[in-house]
Design a protein around this ligand. Structure first.
Ligand SMILES: Nc1ncnc2c1ncn2[C@@H]1O[C@H](COP(=O)(O)OP(=O)(O)OP(=O)(O)O)[C@@H](O)[C@H]1O
Length: 227
């Protein structure tokens, strides 16, 4: 690797970073005999039993409509099982990324002002550093977010999620609209980070770099694991 490539690589690692978190003892997130459907006569999952811990690195793949986003919502508690139980460790902080989060950005506002509004009581310097960790610095922090690229807006969302210091990240199609450099930065950040990860993605460039297990979700409630 030549010096320039090495510097680019180092810059990526240094500028895009989730804060490391301490460990929680397992089980951190446990599915016990979980059955779910949006209506009882149309089940998506039946009798699911599995656990996700802080050293889990799971990619969830499968065709459109198979139920991947639904599984993430059961993990966060946005949806409740029809039967069975989802147990989360009392101290578990989960953060979820999905495309619709960028829609909640106030685009007339700069990223710095947005973060200060979202997390009041923090000093500007701290917020600058928090956004800077995701590769947005200088002018990009203070110009209205409508002038940022989609990749830069996604970086603001990552900074917003990371500020809550989650121990588990659920990422739903995080690479849609991202440029290759941002995808690689995200992969580096996830590899460096020590929390749990469940990733829904069709992007094997990211999956190959960060997942240790691939769970396939298809044919309604068939569900199997390739490691
Ligand atoms: N709020 C809802 N009410 C009723 N049905 C829903 C709801 N949300 C999703 N569904 C249905 O549940 C099934 C699973 O949807 P889900 O979004 O979990 O799939 P997915 O695997 O994430 O798909 P994609 O890859 O397209 O995002 C689909 O048939 C979908 O139409």
């Amino acid at each position: 690797m030549d010096l320039r490539s090495l510097l680019v690589r180092l810059r990526r690692i240094l500028v895009f970073r989730f804060t490391d978190v301490g460990k929680l003892p397992p089980p951190v997130l446990q599915f016990a005999d979980v059955t779910f459907g949006y209506t009882p006569d149309n089940l998506i999952y039946k009798n699911l039993d599995f656990g996700v811990d802080l050293d889990s690195r799971v990619a969830l793949v499968g065709p459109n409509g198979a139920g991947k986003s639904t599984l993430l919502k059961l993990m966060t508690g946005d949806l409740s099982p029809l039967d069975g139980m989802v147990r989360r460790h009392n101290h578990l902080r989960i953060a979820q990324f999905h495309q619709h989060l960028t829609e909640k950005l106030d685009l007339d506002m700069p990223a710095l002002q947005y973060m200060m509004r979202e997390y009041p009581g923090n000093e500007e310097e701290k917020m600058r550093a928090a956004i800077g960790k995701f590769g947005l610095s200088g002018k990009a922090q203070v110009m209205p977010m409508k002038n940022l690229s989609d990749g830069q807006k996604a970086r603001v969302i990552f900074a917003w999620l990371a500020f809550r210091q989650p121990q588990m990240l659920l990422l739903d199609e995080p690479t849609n609209h991202l440029d290759i450099e941002t995808i690689d930065s995200l992969a580096e950040a996830l590899k460096e980070w020590d929390g749990g990860l469940v990733l829904v993605s069709h992007d094997f460039r990211l999956i190959n770099q960060v997942a240790q297990e691939i769970w396939v979700c298809e044919n309604q409630y068939e569900y199997y694991c390739i490691t």
